[in-house]
Design a binder for this molecule. Structure first.
Ligand code: GDP
Ligand code: IMO
Ligand code: MG
Length: 453
């Protein structure tokens, strides 16, 4: 069916949107999924849930600072690099905008193999231009964070320094990693500069040319040679053939390196537009942009969080939601739902629908608070101020809603939710002005239902 994509596109405009939403397989060719808050919204869970309808799932930015959890039956998979569509039939791709630690990729593949899931070059592709995280990036990341007067709270995975090298055109790319001679030559060229930098920051420069590490990287290069591909070409060809492609973000909107809460951000662009730029797909091909939104908010690391709950209540949500970092194990800071930040996320991403996660975690809290605006220097704001320093000074203005006591984890349909839970969801939808498609009430695959059914 070579022209299916285009016939579908034409028909789609004439169809009822609600009908299309019920059947995402008809007409939704290229879907982008991003986190609408500060990460850990449940992207892994929702991508896994939707991946059955997609032929390709591609990660477009970030690296193994991400931790996406997929629970399938009794197994829990924590994915840092491999897209969360891996457990379904989709081909999974790692795009050129990702920074890739090959050791972590090898560990992830091994983890799947232990669970009887074969990951080979037919299943997984890595773009030839994907930047490689080298041991010296990790070293520099740690050294820099140690001397920062105001910490960012980085994951110390070398992400920032790998991106610095990409932009400085000093990166080692996947195509070079898998080519022994090129890899060694490139390392030789870059080593003096890296050694100087590490030494200047008080570190041990020996890590740059450590023979054991070089040997290991060469082995990894050999292991991954067959995986090298052209992600942009694969995706564009798939779309031309009428196949469905999903782009999976890492981190969250407000950690975006351009539009986030600088300097407390990650080093890549985490918003929907970045999927097009990083995967090499034209913006006119995007059909659908899905937000993953947690019914409260969390943040790992430093930076403003206007609705943060520091006392007993914060701890209660942290415990009930299992809010501990998937990558670093750090406790996540928790707060009430923050509408101004969500409005900004909607503007930055152009969301067409929202998947709401972790509704079950709010059981037993009464009242439930929604931050509908801020007070900033005596003024009322309904949208975040542009600067991080200003956001830091904002205090939340709340609207209170009644809570519920019932456990939600066994709920299978929207109309089975207690009335106050439905009220809460509907109020959020009314405030966000974007339709909610799915609601999640637990980590498992069965603990999700459509809002419209
Ligand atoms: P991601 O980084 O956005 O993929 O999110 P993480 O996997 O880091 O964190 C989300 C955590 O919440 C994981 O442990 C999920 O298994 C879990 N989770 C996802 N959805 C729900 C839900 O609706 N309810 C509960 N209780 N847990 C959920
Ligand atoms: P997922 O994809 C939550 C945070 C770190 C730190 C800041 C910069 O699981 O949602 P970095 O190591 O990227 O230089 O750290 O960004 N951070 C995340 N927080 N979820 C993530 O990923 C994150 N990835 C990075 O905690 O504050
Ligand atoms: Mg996570």
């Amino acid at each position: 069916m070579p022209n299916y994509a285009y016939t579908c596109r034409i028909k789609k405009d004439k169809l009822d949107k609600a009908l299309l939403r019920l059947s995402p397989n008809q007409g939704f060719m290229f879907t982008i999924i991003t986190g609408a808050q500060f990460g850990d919204e449940g992207k892994g869970k929702i991508v896994d849930l939707l991946a059955k309808d997609y032929d390709i799932v591609a990660r477009f930015q970030g690296g193994n600072n991400a931790g996406h959890t997929v629970k399938a039956g009794d197994e829990v998979y924590k994915l840092h690099l491999i897209p969360s569509g891996i457990l379904l039939d989709a081909r999974v791709l790692i795009g050129p905008g990702v920074v890739l630690n090959p050791e972590v990729l090898a560990e992830e593949i091994e983890m799947f193999e232990k669970h009887g899931i074969k990951v080979n070059a037919e299943k997984l592709g890595v773009d030839a231009k994907t930047s490689i995280i080298m041991p010296y990036h990790i070293e520099l990341d740690g050294l820099k964070e140690a001397v920062r007067e105001t910490k960012i709270g980085t994951t110390k995975r070398g992400i920032g320094y790998a991106y610095i090298d990409k932009v400085a055109r000093d990166e080692i790319r996947m195509a070079e990693l898998v080519d022994r001679e090129h890899f060694l030559a490139r390392l030789e060229e870059l080593a003096p500069q890296k050694e100087k930098e590490i030494e200047a920051m008080g570190g041990d420069p020996k890590i740059v040319r450590d023979p054991a590490l070089i040997k290991r990287y060469l082995e990894l290069g050999k292991q991954f040679a067959a995986y090298v591909t052209d992600v942009s070409r694969e995706i564009n060809q798939a779309l031309d053939e009428g196949k469905n492609v999903m782009a999976e973000a890492a981190q969250g909107t407000h950690l975006d390196v351009i539009h986030g809460t600088q300097k407390f951000v990650t080093s890549s662009s985490t918003i929907a537009g970045s999927a097009c730029a990083n995967l090499g797909v034209g913006p006119k091909r995007v059909d659908n942009v899905i937000a993953i939104v947690k019914v409260y908010i969390t943040r790992v690391g430093e930076g403003p969080l206007p609705t943060e709950l520091t006392g007993e209540l914060g701890e209660r949500i942290q415990k009930a939601g299992g809010e501990f970092g998937t990558t670093t194990g750090r406790g996540r800071r928790c707060g009430w739902f923050d509408l101004p930040l969500l409005k900004k996320a909607i503007a930055l991403n152009g969301y067409t629908e929202i998947s709401l996660t972790k509704l079950d975690v709010l059981t037993g809290l009464d009242p439930l608070r929604i931050c509908v605006g801020y007070k900033y220097k005596g003024k009322s704001l309904d949208y975040p101020p542009v600067l991080t320093e200003e956001l830091q000074e904002c205090s939340p203005v709340y609207e209170d809603l009644p809570g519920w006591k019932e456990d939600l984890t066994e709920v299978k349909a929207y109309n089975e939710l207690p009335k106050n839970a439905r009220n809460y969801v509907e109020r959020l939808e009314e405030l966000m002005k974007v339709p909610i498609n799915y609601i999640s009430v637990g980590p498992g695959r069965a603990q999700t239902f459509k809002k419209e059914d």
